[in-house]
Write a protein that binds this ligand. Structure first.
Ligand SMILES: CC(C)(COP(=O)(O)OP(=O)(O)OC[C@H]1O[C@@H](n2cnc3c(N)ncnc32)[C@H](O)[C@@H]1OP(=O)(O)O)[C@@H](O)C(=O)NCCC(=O)NCCS
Length: 167
């Protein structure tokens, strides 16, 4: 029986990251129909565009060569801050799993693998998560802690919080 494999995200995987950014940003709920639409939304596009620049780190989950999910992180700057920006040395993590594979452990596998790699390169990692997202439990299990007073508008118009994992 085949099982999901997790491998590094290469520059050639950028299309996979656009697809998973579509999931991570709940774009379908906002009426978007294609990951290509995200390229015109700077606040989302900067998580993925030109994937493979220094500091980028990511992992891809596949089953029989088909995309199941991705988790990745990238450094941002104060004048190009992402939703969960802390400082220029703290990368922000994003994750998405294809709808049909959720709740089967793929996200946990991706996070565990990415955080092993991140620990070797960074002192800490941040992320932004909607208040109502059950993924908060996953992040807490892995050691992320919510930053107080970090409430900010999410891409969907609800409220998100910033979480931080210190290695
Ligand atoms: C969040 C997500 C990446 C987790 O991946 P997954 O493969 O479903 O995760 P796992 O099966 O390893 O389960 C771990 C946790 O994921 C969350 N989760 C599970 N199924 C989920 C679903 N259908 N939707 C949202 N979160 C789910 C839960 O917090 C779960 O922890 P729990 O066991 O305490 O409930 C995935 O569900 C997803 O892509 N959701 C939509 C996009 C998203 O929310 N991205 C994160 C934005 S911050």
């Amino acid at each position: 029986m085949s099982s999901v494999i997790v491998r590094p995200a290469l520059p050639t995987d950028e299309k996979h990251l656009w697809a998973m950014l579509f999931e991570a940003s709940y774009s379908a709920d906002q009426g978007r129909t294609s990951p290509d639409e995200l390229r015109a939304i700077p606040a989302l596009a900067h998580y993925v565009e030109n994937w493979g620049v220094p500091g980028d780190l990511g992992v891809i989950a596949e089953l029989n060569g088909e995309l199941r999910g991705a988790a990745w992180l990238r450094l941002f700057t104060g004048d190009n801050a992402a939703y969960g920006y802390i400082d220029d040395d703290t990368p922000e993590l994003a994750i998405g799993v294809v709808p049909g594979a959720r709740g089967t452990g793929v996200g946990t596998l991706l996070m565990e693998r990415l955080l092993v790699d991140a620990r070797a390169a960074f002192k800490q990692v941040s992320l932004s998560v909607r208040e109502e997202n059950p993924a908060r439990r996953l992040y807490e299990r892995l050691g992320f802690v919510e930053i107080s007073d970090s409430a900010h508008p999410s891409p969907t118009g609800s409220t998100s919080r910033t979480m931080l994992l210190r290695f």
